[in-house]
Design a protein around this ligand. Structure first.
Ligand code: ATP
Ligand code: MG
Ligand code: MG
Ligand code: MG
Length: 473
């Protein structure tokens, strides 16, 4: 195979190195303390302060392959995995950046040349089209006059209705601060005979590269002013460009994912090789391993909760395709072997990762089996495709079966859950719990005083109450 994932990584770095970019390693999946992101979700995260003008970077043109995770906030692709062929939770983002040196013309030329040049990715020019921000005439003209892309292959993207600056082609870091127009490059999966492509329909076309021109500073909702120093921030999904270059119809059919999926089938004696659940498991094991590698462990809050959700969702899909025994932790080996060229510390942490995964899997195994069995029985009884929210709550509250897994299973079988009713049940349950706690506190006040009197630490009882509050029971 000419363009293996590894070759693509190398070629990308080499191309930009030859064009005077400094290769910078990926930053951690955990953003710096002051960031409000749970996980790094784009190549630009590590350069945030540079774009904000708070920090001067020692290099003005850099290239990276950034580990990203999109499981929350503005970018939440977790529930897409299994349904979308082109979304992963964990993926690698190839990106080149200019901090005040080159701008629109050069950035577009770099991207275009890398994608279409015969000695690089060699994608036929007619297979590509682009989008531009409707006000960004400069970018439009570069595509049209310099790259010589016909007008029908340059799509203007407008702001969303009633929103001043909210377009897929206008990027902003936050409510204020650096912002600017983007241009995105799409790959045509089929010929649409001159009709406009539906950008959301990934059977027609897929977005491969986003190029952002940071040229404004947003002062407030209505005011933006030009920046003195303009920057370029780009991102292209490694798995997506691999699917294009390897001529397959899914991120999950590229060389690396094929190996993972074959391995899952082999060790579990399955005779399937193409299944939505295999995609989910293959995606989630990568994500889980990279999260654990950052010393996050499964828990009920914050990053640990995302990790737990990912692992449990994968186990649920394992159960769905008939895997009876614990299996997930066994996939660590293949993932580490696939990444051992560029993620050296994974190998050293292999045992640690396996232990965490195994423990979580063992702990959830019984709950999973009971929950799925119960849910399936209830689904069979249904006369119309709607499940009673009380059952969803019972599964969660009594059997410990996570609500998002119930939702996942119901979504797959096109069974409706009334979210409003479910919210009410949860709210009522919380109220009841609070009342119980209140009563408990009232009843224990005497004990509290007594304990102090006897010389015990007052904190002991406070700690117990706190714990009860946290657990919600
Ligand atoms: P999409 O519209 O397909 O969800 P996006 O617009 O959210 O993508 P960007 O934020 O522009 O994506 O990220 C830059 C590039 O990263 C995309 O053009 C794509 O190649 C890749 N990418 C984005 N999300 C994912 C994902 N979940 N899995 C794999 N690659 C992704
Ligand atoms: Mg997206
Ligand atoms: Mg997009
Ligand atoms: Mg995009």
């Amino acid at each position: 195979m000419k363009y293996t994932t590894n070759t693509i990584r190398k070629m990308f770095l080499m191309f930009f190195k030859e064009n005077n970019h400094k290769i910078i390693p990926s930053s951690s999946l955990i953003p710096k303390k002051k960031s409000n992101l749970l996980f790094t979700n784009a190549g630009m995260n590590q350069f945030q302060d540079v774009f904000l003008g708070k920090k001067k970077y020692p290099f003005s043109q850099v290239v990276t392959i950034q580990k990203c995770l999109r499981t929350g906030g503005k970018h939440n692709d977790l529930d897409e995995v299994g349904y979308s062929e082109y979304h992963n939770t964990f993926f690698e983002m190839l990106g080149n950046f200019s901090f005040g040196t080159y701008f629109k013309k050069e950035a577009i030329l770099y991207a275009w040349n890398l994608l279409t040049d015969k000695s690089w990715f060699n994608i036929p020019k007619k297979k590509l089209f682009v989008t531009v921000y409707y006000k960004d005439k400069e970018t439009y003209n570069i595509w049209n006059k310099i790259i010589k892309l016909s007008k029908k292959n340059i799509i203007k993207i407008y702001n969303k209705k009633n929103k001043k600056y909210e377009s897929d082609n206008f990027w902003q870091m936050g409510d204020t601060g650096p912002c600017g127009p983007c241009t995105e490059i799409f790959f045509k999966k089929k010929n649409n005979n001159n009709q406009e492509y539906n950008l959301e329909d990934k059977s027609q076309c897929i977005e491969i590269w986003n190029i952002v021109f940071i040229q404004f500073n947003r002062i407030n909702k209505n005011e933006i002013i030009p920046l003195k120093i303009t920057c370029v921030d780009t991102g292209m999904g490694l798995e997506r460009i691999a699917s294009v270059l390897q001529n397959v119809n899914s991120n999950y059919q590229i060389d690396t994912f094929k190996k993972i999926i074959t391995y899952i089938s082999k060790i579990n004696n399955l005779n399937i090789s193409n299944h939505q659940s295999l995609n989910v498991i293959a995606d989630h094991i990568r994500a889980a391993i990279f999260i654990i590698n950052e010393n996050i462990i499964p828990s009920n809050e914050h990053r640990g909760y995302i990790l737990r959700r990912i692992i449990r969702r994968a186990l649920c899909h394992g159960n769905k395709i008939g895997i009876k025994n614990i299996f997930f932790y066994k996939l660590t080996k293949i993932i580490i072997s696939l990444f051992n060229n560029n993620e050296k510390d994974l190998e050293n942490k292999k045992k640690y990762i396996i232990n965490i995964l195994k423990e979580e899997e063992l702990q959830f195994h019984e709950t999973l089996n009971k929950g799925i069995k119960f849910l399936n029985q209830e689904i069979k009884k249904l006369k119309k495709p709607e499940i009673n929210s009380k059952i969803v709550f019972y599964l969660y509250d009594t059997l410990g079966f996570p609500i998002d897994l119930t939702k996942d299973i119901c979504r797959e079988q096109k069974i409706y859950i009334n979210q409003e009713k479910l919210n009410n049940i949860i709210l009522q349950h919380k109220k009841n719990t609070k009342n119980k706690i209140k009563k408990f506190i009232q009843n224990t006040i005497h004990t509290d005083i007594k304990t102090i009197f006897c010389g015990y630490k007052k904190n002991k009882i406070t700690a117990t109450i706190k714990k009860i509050f946290i657990n919600g029971k």
